[in-house]
Design a protein around this ligand. Structure first.
Ligand code: GLN
Length: 485
């Protein structure tokens, strides 16, 4: 550790802020890492990090500090990141918060990790999440629940609950999550942060432990749009290791100058939905009026398939999950039971011991909807519904470059309230699954604070690969309306 005087301690809320104090030699990176490590230690009760990479982080901090002084540092020098425990970081354990992978070590870096490190980000640890990213409360983790730092009686959301809570508690500056049906945006909304799910194919999934491969995308959770844009710029782009990663060139998302689009559709059905909290609805309406006052054209548009989103998503996501999780059989991958003698029993016992209740429920549901005699009625039907959802969404986007809707029906709920009713929890995903089913990008921006004290988000969606419009509009919204928790 060098002897720089630290004029300002945590919290830092943007990379710019950190870079400024470093440039003025009021802070150095090893000191920054030490203060994050101390804070992680102080907030252990929140159960956010399942492992802290203290030595590696400190070593890298010294190296990168040196590069900074030689003017050789990458774009993300100073960015301290929490990594969701379902993304591979070479040499480190990655467990998807599952007993079945608790001792698994990554043998390679995920493409996103490779790109973050190349630009000198520091990964400070791996963050708790729902088991195999299946859940919306972070309560299905083998490590136990994460507590929401804004109210420790409440959930932080999920499945990237640890990632959102880590940022909200100032245990790192930004984090990386994965979003299959809302897992970046919903916890961001529950913790008062920005959460971005890129277009399907914008970011490589190589090294992400697969859940629903036709939905999964990796995205950042941050305090502000600039940091989200910068991280996206670094992690996006073609990748020979993921054939679904698009070849479309990556714009300089952090340096966008085009004006924000002026035509906005807000979806009528989500706003009229009886499950939507009254205060969230009021705030949405207020924002719509304010945008109109600013000269935006904001029109109500009907999206008649709202009620099909959750059923279609859960049929398809569980079907894909049942296939993706077949490899954890105790022989190819994953926990192996001590108690079986023949091959069949190794499979049965290893999987029974390795997976938690929710993951088992999903594997069974997914296997059922794919089985002979039921395939057409469930999986085949869901595929057709998904096409209708996508076509209707693209039709709306052909007239309106921006779509607005709430992120979640309500604010973070109490821990343990959803335990006995999985379907009730699935229904909470009603507004976020839309973007995954359509394959389009979506971002959750902190829209305000409820009188119950908790934050909530507004969601913005655009057409595929229209992240520039998504980000410029978000920037405008953030400057105008964001209230940080
Ligand atoms: N809550 C949703 C689910 O449980 C979304 C999870 C996710 O995006 N990974 O499937």
């Amino acid at each position: 550790m060098t002897g720089f005087f630290m004029s300002k301690m945590l919290p830092y809320r943007s990379l710019n802020e950190i870079r400024e104090v470093i440039n003025q030699q009021e802070l150095d990176l090893p000191s920054l890492i030490i203060s994050y490590l101390e804070r992680i230690d102080q907030r252990k009760n929140l159960n956010i990090f399942v492992e802290v990479f203290d030595e590696e982080a400190l070593d890298r901090a010294a190296e990168i500090q040196d590069k900074i002084s030689r003017d050789k540092a990458g774009k993300l020098a100073g960015m301290v990141i929490g990594l969701k425990d379902n993304i591979c970081y070479k040499g480190q354990t990655v467990s998807a918060a599952s007993r079945s992978l608790q001792n698994y070590q990554s043998v390679y870096n995920a493409t996103v990790v490779e790109r973050l490190l190349r630009e000198d980000a520091i990964i400070i640890g791996r963050t708790n999440c729902d088991e195999f990213a299946m859940g919306g409360t972070n309560e299905t983790s083998v490590y136990g629940p994460v507590l929401n730092p804004l109210d420790t009686g409440k959930v932080p959301g999920g499945s990237s609950g640890g990632s959102a809570a880590a940022v909200a508690a100032d245990l790192c500056l930004a984090s990386i999550g994965s979003d299959t049906g809302g897992s970046v945006r919903q916890p961001a909304s529950f913790c008062g942060l920005v959460g971005l799910k890129p277009t399907y194919g914008r970011v490589s999934r190589y090294g992400l432990i697969a859940y629903g491969s036709s939905f999964d995308q990796i995205g950042p959770i941050t305090w502000n749009i600039n940091d989200a844009a910068l991280i996206l710029e670094v992690i996006a782009g073609p990748d020979a290791y993921d054939s679904t990663a698009s070849d479309q060139p990556v714009p300089a998302y952090s340096k966008l100058t085009a004006p924000s689009p002026k035509r906005i559709a807000f979806l009528q059905e989500p706003l009229d939905h009886p499950g939507l909290d009254g205060e969230i609805r009021e705030r949405m309406v207020e924002i719509i009026d304010a945008l109109r006052d600013e000269g935006y054209q904001v029109d109500p548009v009907s999206f008649p398939y709202l009620e099909t989103l959750v059923p279609a998503y859960y049929v398809m996501a569980t079907a894909e999950a049942s296939s993706n999780l077949a490899r954890y059989d105790g022989i190819h991958y994953g926990h192996r039971t001590d108690e079986a003698s023949d091959a069949k029993n190794i499979y049965i016992k290893s999987r029974s011991e390795g997976f938690g209740t929710e993951v088992k429920r999903r594997i069974m549901t997914g296997t059922f909807v794919l089985s002979t005699g039921y395939y057409d009625a469930y999986y085949g039907k869901a595929q057709k519904v998904r096409r209708l959802i996508r076509d209707k969404t693209l039709e709306i986007l052909s007239s309106y470059p921006i779509i607005l809707l709430p992120t979640t029906p309500r604010t973070a709920f109490e821990l343990k309230t959803m335990g006995d009713d999985p379907v009730a929890l699935y229904l909470e995903d009603i507004f976020t699954t839309h973007a995954n089913l359509a394959g389009i990008p979506a971002i959750s921006l902190p829209l305000g604070n409820h009188t119950n004290g908790m934050p909530f988000g507004v969601q913005v969606m655009t057409g595929s690969f229209q992240e520039p419009a998504l980000l410029t509009f978000s920037k405008y919204m953030a400057d105008k309306f964001i209230t940080l928790a």
